[in-house]
Design a protein around this ligand. Structure first.
Ligand SMILES: N[C@@H](CCC(=O)N[C@@H](CS)C(=O)NCC(=O)O)C(=O)O
Length: 203
């Protein structure tokens, strides 16, 4: 019987949904990632990446949720559009978009919003130590957006990032964008330019 290694988080849950919807018999094997099951040798021999979900279907081993969905869909012929080149291209395009553009960004947002410890900048003035480098410039570029991204309490949670942000923002070299006026309001006109495809879809 197909073995399904899982926990209750988003990626395994997609696969559980497919298995249930398709009525496939499977043996659920819980992997408790908060107690380290993902690093057990028996699980790593199934998925060397040490993450759920993974399946073992006879001699076939598949890991990574979208790979498993595609494998199961193709094996059973279920939950696929009618098979022609146009549909297959659309299926693959949107599946890969979801795999590379939705899942990872959601995962990163959860990580940085809820779990990321503020390691590096707690240890030193700059990311690499005492020397101001391009890494700090890179971090600064996005740092000012942190409250917008993570919420108003973000600076309270990341005081060292705020320290770095404030220090660099005070440098004369950081002033270029403030010497010019750019539109700040995200109104219909701005949305029309920045998210043209959405405006077209709404029309
Ligand atoms: N790209 C993989 C990501 C898998 C993944 O990140 N799984 C998480 C649970 S949603 C996990 O196993 N985390 C445990 C860990 O990273 O130690 C997929 O889509 O399956």
């Amino acid at each position: 019987m197909l073995k399904f290694y899982f926990n209750g988080s988003p990626n395994p849950t997609k696969v559980a949904l497919f298995l249930e919807e398709a009525g496939i018999a499977y043996e659920p094997i819980p992997i408790d990632t908060r107690t380290g099951d993902q690093f057990r040798a028996d699980f790593l021999s199934v998925n060397p990446d040490g993450k759920v979900p993974a399946i073992v279907d006879g001699e076939v081993v598949v890991f990574d949720s979208n790979a498993i969905l595609l494998y199961l869909a193709e094996k059973t012929g279920r939950f696929l559009p009618p098979n022609n080149p146009v549909n297959r291209a659309r299926l693959l395009s949107w599946l890969m978009f979801a795999a590379t553009g939705v899942g990872p960004f959601c995962g990163q947002a959860v990580h940085f919003k809820h779990f990321a410890p503020e390691n590096q900048l707690a240890k030193s003035r700059y990311v690499l130590g005492d020397v101001y480098t391009i890494v700090d410039m890179d971090v600064w570029g996005w740092a000012r957006m942190v409250p917008f991204i993570l919420g108003d309490d973000a600076w309270a949670k990341f005081p060292n990032l705020k320290r770095l942000h404030d220090e660099i923002a005070a440098r004369p070299a950081a002033a270029l964008k403030d010497k010019f006026t750019f539109k700040t309001v995200m109104d219909d006109e701005a949305r029309g330019f920045m998210f043209k495809h959405l405006a077209r879809a709404a029309a």
